[in-house]
Design a binder for this molecule. Structure first.
Ligand code: HEC
Length: 131
């Protein structure tokens, strides 16, 4: 038992060491990986939009595509959601939780994202016999 615990700890340590050494090998430099605190904060906020607006704002059909959206348009919509000028089903809740400088940072973030055409899976006919 004691030996097993020792071995697992050693394995865990090796894994941590290998994974941290693995980062630069994957083609990224330390500078690419380390984000400044404001960047990290904005990217974390942006990640909370992904469930509906897709990764980096590239939504699948149906939801607004935020990637490459004009900064001023984005900010105006978010402020309108925030103060209730634009009726919304969910966005008033998101906007009210953001400060104006966070909205500006998100506007800059999403406007800088590349639009990637959505690849929607082809419609499939469901079969009752599962063949
Ligand atoms: C639960 C799903 C959901 C999430 C999460 C979400 N949105 Fe939305 N978003 C919507 C819907 C739905 C609309 C249409 C307005 C409405 O009914 O609320 C919308 C509209 C918008 C619009 C206006 C788009 C246009 O073309 O006018 C912007 C900008 C926007 N969202 C930004 C964001 C940002 C930024 C976040 C993250 C902080 C976010 N959304 C998170 C569902 C979501």
């Amino acid at each position: 038992m004691i030996n097993q615990t020792f071995v697992s700890k050693k394995l865990l340590l090796s894994f941590i060491l290998i994974s941290s050494f693995g980062l630069p090998v994957s083609g990224k430099t330390g500078e690419d990986i380390v984000l400044s605190a404001p960047d990290l904060h904005t990217r974390t906020l942006a990640a909370s939009c992904a469930a509906c607006h897709g990764t980096n704002g590239n939504a699948l059909a149906g939801n607004a595509i935020l990637a490459g959206m004009d900064k001023t348009y984005f900010t105006m919509q978010m402020l309108a959601f925030k103060n209730g000028d634009r009726p919304a089903t969910v966005m008033h809740r998101h906007a009210k939780g953001l400060q104006v400088d966070e909205i500006n940072q998100l506007a800059a973030y999403f406007s800088a994202q590349k639009r990637v055409p959505a690849i929607n899976p082809a419609t499939q006919q469901l079969k009752a016999n599962h063949d």
